[in-house]
Design a protein around this ligand. Structure first.
Ligand code: HEM
Length: 410
């Protein structure tokens, strides 16, 4: 990850598309690519996740004990919690409405300032809305600090030096904060039947659902793990700010999308969201450990070695995507997308494997906010909009500065 997005696709090209065998942090690793490889990787008989993620990633991005690190029945039980909260049309619609309302209120305020940076502003919009949705009390004065911490956890996971230390500090601080909220939510709800005092934390809210979730042996999660999993809902929701900023970049570079979004066709808005997720670099690859000795395209993958699935290369493979470096939402119109085809948030089945359970939320938020962006008038002052492929995760260098104070003759 410290070598950037092109590392794996470059190695894949040099190997002529065959699996690449290399070493990462001293561990043997095999990288695989393509639709068949997605199916191979997401077969849980092939790849397991326990002990696969290095400490620096756990202590910043995901948290110790997270659903990402579980296998088998433990994973299924924990994943069912995420599926019920996130792959739920009512919940997706409510969160999307809250985000839209927060965006509208923020946009009125942006219009009174000379210019705003979209990345930071959208992270705050998303933070306010997701906390409201999740049942997490958040004072207006606390929003910016929380948004910065959630962004830092994502921004620093693959870095070394100050960015990484900032991510660790942000996680440590937020786990302590959420552990206290989990304990209060439990005291409020009563963990035994009939003891519900249900006051501050609304029934059905994600915070309360995580607080009261029981693992596969019927026990409540310890309060630290519960805090980690609440963060695994709010942190990636705020990470949608990366894609919102990429949407603005796409509207700037390919202005035709703006008129199409303004026509208000929900199918086009969804296709636009898919194309943003395909085209722009976010997740370079996903990884796990070989569950036994595996064979893939003539290569032996030793048990316990790393298996990497090339995500960024997959999304720009000309055999899968004609003209992969052209931004063309139309490629997703009038058809469904297969589970091994578009994999910015993993592949396979979200209910049984590790595919992201937040994909519906991501697509809905991105469709809504891309349309909002297309609907408002703004100027884009001169700035550095380059997107470095050496930085993980990357974004337009300037964070996308825009001015909503558009002169009347503009
Ligand atoms: C910003 C956009 C997002 C991106 C790029 C993204 C990407 C991913 C990826 C690549 C995975 C791992 C797949 C694997 O290990 O095989 C994942 C898993 C996960 N994501 Fe997302 N995600 C996003 C948004 C969300 C949202 C909005 C939520 C929740 C509201 C969420 C919650 C999760 C959880 C809980 C997992 C772990 C699933 C498991 O291990 O079974 N993500 N995501």
């Amino acid at each position: 990850m410290t070598k950037g997005y092109a590392w794996l696709p470059d190695r894949m090209r040099s190997s002529g598309g065959s699996p690449v065998q290399t070493r990462i942090l001293g561990r043997p690793a095999t990288a695989v690519h393509g639709r068949e490889a997605v199916r191979f990787f997401y077969d849980d008989q092939h790849v397991r996740r326990r002990s696969a993620l290095p400490g620096p990633v756990l202590d910043t991005l995901f948290g110790r004990g997270a659903v990402h690190t579980l296998d088998g029945h433990q994973h299924l039980a924990r994943k069912a919690l995420f599926m019920s909260l996130l792959k739920n049309q009512g919940a997706v619609a409510r969160l999307t409405e809250l985000v839209g309302a927060e965006w509208d209120a923020a946009a009125r305020e942006w219009a009174m300032r000379p210019a705003v940076e979209l990345f930071t502003e959208s992270s705050r919009v998303l933070t306010r809305a997701v906390c409201d949705w999740a049942g997490i009390p958040l004072g207006a004065a606390e929003t910016a600090e929380l948004a910065d911490d959630l962004v830092a956890m994502v921004d620093g996971f693959a870095a070394i030096g100050p960015r990484h230390l900032k991510a660790r500090a942000a996680r440590a601080r937020r786990e302590v904060w959420l552990e206290a909220l989990i304990r209060t939510a439990r005291a409020d709800a009563g963990t035994d039947p009939g003891t519900d005092r249900g006051t501050e934390y609304p029934a059905g809210s994600p915070l309360r659902a995580v607080a009261l979730h029981r693992d596969d042996s019927g026990r409540l999660l310890d309060s630290h793990t519960a805090a980690v999993e609440v963060l695994n809902i709010i942190r990636p929701t705020v990470a949608v700010a990366w894609f919102v900023t990429f949407s603005a970049h796409a509207l700037e570079r390919w202005p035709g999308g703006r008129d199409a979004l303004r026509r208000g066709d929900p199918a086009y808005a969804e296709a636009f969201a898919h194309e943003v997720r395909r085209f722009y670099p976010f997740v370079p690859f996903v990884g796990g450990l070989a569950a036994g000795e595996l064979r893939w395209q003539g290569v032996v993958i030793p048990e316990g070695s790393l298996v990497l699935l090339d995500v960024y290369g997959h999304q720009h493979d000309p055999d899968l995507w004609p003209h992969p470096y052209t931004f063309r939402p139309e490629r997703f119109l009038g058809r469904s997308v297969a589970s091994d085809e578009l994999i910015p948030q993993g592949g396979g089945d979200a209910a049984t494997g590790h595919r992201c359970p937040g994909e519906d939320i991501t697509v809905a938020l991105l469709a809504r906010l891309s349309t909002r962006l297309a609907d408002i008038n703004y100027l884009v002052p001169p700035q550095d909009l380059s997107i470095s492929l050496r930085r993980v995760p990357t974004r337009p260098s300037s964070g996308f500065v825009m001015s909503l104070r558009v002169p009347s003759d503009a």
